[in-house]
Every structure is written in C-alpha cells, then in structure tokens.
Design a protein around this ligand. Structure first.
Ligand SMILES: NC(=O)c1ccc[n+]([C@@H]2O[C@H](COP(=O)([O-])OP(=O)(O)OC[C@H]3O[C@@H](n4cnc5c(N)ncnc54)[C@H](O)[C@@H]3O)[C@@H](O)[C@H]2O)c1
Ligand SMILES: N[C@@H](CCC(=O)O)C(=O)O
Length: 429
C-alpha cells in the first residue's frame, strides 16, 4: 500500500510537489520502520477535521473581496490541536493539511501535550492595509469560533503573521465568548499574556540544533560559514544568535532577493538597514547581490532554509554544497532532494526538530497563562533549551541505534508516540 493524500486537494500539475503526499510518504516510512498496523497509518494519514471558510472583507476603497481561509486539525490524540496561521499567496488546502500533520509529529517529538493543526489564508499581507488585515483576521476567527478554544485548538504565528494578528485573534475570540481568553492563542504581545522569549524562540531553537550538529561533527561554531534563506521571524533570529556565537553569516535573503559577503555580514548593521528598508536586505552596503536560486548553492558549512517549502528539489540538489542543511522552514527539502542529500552524507536536520523552539515556547506561554505566573526570559530560554536538547539527543540515539537518517529517527519518535497514545486510548486493538 502506498499512503497518498486522503484529501481531494488541488490537481497535480507538471512539476508540482503535493505537500500532503510528501508528508504521507514520511509517515509511511516511519510506519514501516515501527511495523505499525496499516489501519493505524490510515488513521494517522487523515486529518480529523478540515474547516474551510469564506472571509468577506470590505477593502479601504469600498470594494468587497471574498477570501478563503482554512484550518486543518490533524490530530488531538495527545492534547489540544496546536499550530500556526499562515498568510501567504501560496497557501492551499493541501499545504495547510501537510503542515498540520507535521505539527502533530513535532509536538509529540518534543514531548509537549499537544496535537497538530495549521491554518492559512491565500493572501499577500503586503498588499493590504493594516485596517484591511485586521478586518480579515477578525472575520476569519469569527468564522472559526466554534472550532477553536484554549483547550480545543490554539493558533499561533506562522509566515506572514505575528504578535499583532494574535492580539486581534485573542480579542475577537474573547468578545465573542464574553470574557477575556488569553489562552486561545500563543505568540501574543506581552501586554495580554505573551511570553518573554517567544518572538525569537524558533530562531533560538535553530541555533541550538545547529550548534549541537556542528559539535557532533567536531566543527567549531566560531567561524562556521552559514547561509540563510528567509530573513523574517525565524531566519532573522537565527542569524542574530548564530552571529553572536561567532558564526559567519555569509548570505541571507528575503522574497525580494539576497546579499552575500565572503567575510560575513554585520548582522546588527543589517538589522538596522532592514528596519529602514521595508524588511528587505537588498542594497545593503559591503555585500553583493545574489538571487534566491544562487544563494542555495553557495559553498558553506550550514545552509538554513527559513522561508517556504520545496526550496531544495531534484533540480538543484546536486548543486547544494553545504555540509549541514538545517530545516528552519517547514518542508523546505523535497522527498527526492532529501534522499539525494542523505546519499551524499549531507546532514539534514529535520524541520520537526530544528524549528520546534517556537511551539515549545508557545507551550511555555500557555502553561504560564494557565497558572497565572509569568517567568523571566532566562527561565523561558532555559526550559526551552532543555526540551530541545532532550529531543535532539533522542533523535541522535534513535538514528544510531536503528541505523536510520535523522529525519526518519525524528519521525519514528513522533509518530510512535502518537500511535502508542492511540492504542492506550483504546482507539485500536
Ligand atoms: N514563526 C514561527 O514561530 C515558526 C515556527 C516554526 C516554523 N516556522 C516556519 O519558518 C518559515 C518562516 O516563517 P517566519 O515566521 O519566519 O515567516 P516570516 O513571514 O516572518 O518571514 C518569512 C521570510 O521569508 C522570506 N521569503 C518569502 N518568500 C521567499 C522566497 N521565495 N525566497 C526567499 N525568501 C522568501 C520573506 O521575505 C521573509 O523574510 C515557515 O516555513 C514557517 O512555517 C515558523
Ligand atoms: N507556526 C509554528 C509555531 C506553531 C505554534 O507555536 O503553535 C510552527 O510551525 O511550528
């Protein structure tokens, strides 16, 4: 049996990589390694609930536009559904479904009591005014009101969303139910119960995993050449933290294009430049321009794709010259490219481990909110690092003992824990 996407998602077009098929394929590999019952795999390949809503919005010019939003709840076997909400033009139901499945394995791998979900709206947020974005966000959450809740499904930021959107979501939900419910979202501003450390948490987690992987290879972090695709929440924080530890960030990019400096970029100066330059890095002095395509094939020690899925593919994988590929984005390496990198001995640090710092601090934010006790940033970072290191060492151990790749090791741990919980709950014999 070949596990395929269980949803009637968008038609295949030549060159199109179906994200849910890809996620199902990794699930199938994990199931085979763990000798799981095909019925269990069938359960785990299906999202439990798929919600698609229309979002009518009045634009600033008076026109009405009707957008489509999704929320896919993959599994709540281990706890409430958990996962981000993405605003990006490439959002599809298939993409959101695959990302929801990844959240299930990520939370299970990190040992946090959540299931997996993801949501999204296919818009370019930069094409809308702040007022329009607020109306879109509020209407989207109003449409989902019966499907989410602080012990049901807890959204968080993803591409194109941030603390600002989380605050609008928290307010809309609270107004609808008649009282303040800070626990409905994570990644919120500190003023309404957000956690110190959440903004940089995903980048910090990436730094921790890269640091450990370099150490495992006997390579110093100081002077390590790092290339980062995507300079948003995740890519920027990872760059800052790695730079502080002495790594040489030789290239970074945004959707508008990239920059390259052989001797390493001055990240604090670049941060200031980006703030004045509409979040773009293009034109930064003391660096040369480089395209997003060429950036991925630069010689380096660590390549960190921190933007979209399917960036390293069958087509460009042979030109990738990095020794370590750290998946800060969700799904940046396709199935075929992953096989090719593994065959060449390139270390691929899988997304469900590498970028888990964000959801770990989301969990810590939720715990602080539920207990009405808030921690200092040192404690948040310390607790996050503990969970990240625990998962990292479990993945290394699993990979060594079973002689499997780090990705399959991470998947077997995540999928295995969910399958065990499914059995313990009596949902299959
Ligand atoms: N925000 C989180 O807490 C979090 C946690 C885990 C994983 N992730 C994943 O990390 C990735 C990035 O998320 P983010 O929160 O940093 O998003 P973001 O919106 O803050 O930043 C995205 C960055 O990618 C750039 N970008 C967009 N298209 C690009 C392209 N084609 N080539 C190069 N750069 C491009 C944007 O210009 C921006 O710099 C996503 O895959 C997301 O799912 C995010
Ligand atoms: N969107 C992030 C964070 C999810 C969360 O914090 O719930 C992810 O992919 O992991």
């Amino acid at each position: 049996m070949v596990l395929k996407s269980p949803l009637p998602i968008e038609p295949e077009t030549p060159g199109h990589i179906c994200p849910l098929d890809q996620a199902c394929s990794y699930l199938q590999d994990a199931g085979k390694e763990l000798n799981l019952d095909p019925g269990v795999l069938a359960i785990l390949s299906h999202p439990r609930k798929v919600v698609t809503v229309s979002i009518p919005v009045k634009l600033d010019n008076g026109q009405i536009q009707v957008l489509t939003g999704h929320r896919v709840q993959h599994s709540d076997i281990l706890g409430p559904y958990k996962g981000g909400i993405r605003y990006h033009p490439a959002v599809t139901l298939g993409e959101v479904s695959a990302l929801a499945m990844l959240m299930t394995w990520k939370c299970a791998l990190l040992g946090i009591p959540y299931g997996g979900a993801k949501g999204g709206i296919a818009i370019n947020p930069q094409s809308y005014s702040v007022g329009e974005l607020e109306r879109i966000t509020r209407r989207y959450i109003s449409e989902l009101i019966k499907d989410i809740g602080p012990s049901v499904d807890i959204p968080a930021p993803d591409m194109g969303t941030s603390a600002r959107e989380m605050a609008w979501m928290m307010d809309t939900y609270s107004v609808n139910v008649g009282h303040a419910v800070p626990g409905i979202v994570t990644g919120k501003p500190l003023s309404i119960g957000g956690s110190l450390g959440r903004e940089k948490a995903t980048g910090r987690g990436v730094m921790i995993i890269v640091r450990e992987a370099l150490a495992e290879r006997g390579k110093p972090l100081t002077g390590a050449r790092v290339v980062i695709q995507g300079f948003g929440n995740v890519g920027h924080a990872a760059a800052e933290l790695l730079h502080q530890l002495g790594a040489k960030i030789i290239a970074v990019s945004t959707g508008a294009g990239g920059i390259f400096a052989t001797n390493g970029l001055d990240i604090p100066a670049l941060t200031a430049y980006r703030a004045k330059n509409h979040r773009s890095v293009v034109g930064f002095p003391q660096a040369v321009a480089i395209s997003n395509v060429d950036l991925l094939t630069l010689p380096c020690d660590v390549l960190i794709p921190a933007a979209l899925e399917n960036q390293i593919t069958r087509e460009n994988v042979n030109q990738v010259q990095a020794e370590i590929v750290a998946e800060a984005a969700n799904g940046p390496v396709t199935l075929a490219a992953n096989q090719s990198l593994e065959a060449r001995g390139v270390t691929v640090l899988p997304d469900i481990l590498t970028n888990a710092g964000g959801v770990v601090v989301s969990y810590l934010e939720w715990v602080q909110g539920l207990s009405y006790v808030f921690w200092d940033e040192e404690r948040v970072n310390h607790e996050m690092e503990k969970l990240m290191l625990q998962a990292y060492h479990q993945v290394i151990q699993q990979s060594k003992s079973r002689q499997i790749s780090l990705r399959l090791a991470a998947y077997t741990l995540g999928v295995g824990r969910v399958a065990q919980a499914l059995a313990d709950r009596g949902l299959y014999p």
